[in-house]
Design a protein around this ligand. Sequence first.
Ligand SMILES: Cc1cc2nc3c(=O)[nH]c(=O)nc-3n(C[C@H](O)[C@H](O)[C@H](O)COP(=O)(O)O)c2cc1C
Length: 198
Amino acid sequence: MEALEAILSRRSVSARLLGEPVPSDAELEEVLAAAVTAPDHGAIRPWRFAVIRGEGLQRLAALFGEALRRREPGASEAAIEEAAAKALRSPLVIAVWAEVREDHPKVPPVEQIISTGAAVQNMLIALHAKGYGAIQLTGPNAHDPYVKAAFGLQPKDEMVGFVFVGTPSEEQPAKRRPAAADFLRPWDGAAPREAAAD
Ligand SMILES: Cc1cc2nc3c(=O)[nH]c(=O)nc-3n(C[C@H](O)[C@H](O)[C@H](O)COP(=O)(O)O)c2cc1C
């Protein structure tokens, strides 16, 4: 697939529609190679990835269930099971986070998190170009200190998503996208209002 065609035709696929086959190890290597070409101010390389499958998904499910139990001590067993089952929707999950350097003189944390978001986008495009489906999901788990700690994150670090990966069980219709023109704003180089008032 041409690069632009892949970008324009990419769409997320609901995690519950994602099944086998999943990318081979060689394909995953390429997907991660695409991820680490993300623009990266200061060459900080803030992105981190954990590829989770098989038994690992069972442990992720247990983690999601336990995280809910800790967040909401009154949660019912059914709710905990539901939370756990979220980890098992697709046969492969890639957790992606930013290991943030807070002390960098030139690159604030937000730029490191942006770089990690770009890494995810590259992964999504690469997966789509290879014929796989994927979706980036966060939900409460991504911001939960207990889940973050289980992946070795510190409070300053950001889990930018769990990327669910597989082969779509249904053909995915093309997605209507907004017209880019609607997001264009004129800018004439005027000084900020406050400064203009001086
Ligand atoms: C950082 C981030 C977190 C997201 N988390 C969720 C989520 O928890 N649940 C959800 O339904 N969609 C989530 N999304 C949105 C989906 O990944 C997806 O972008 C959206 O469904 C639109 O589909 P599209 O990628 O085909 O435009 C998230 C997107 C981003 C960028």
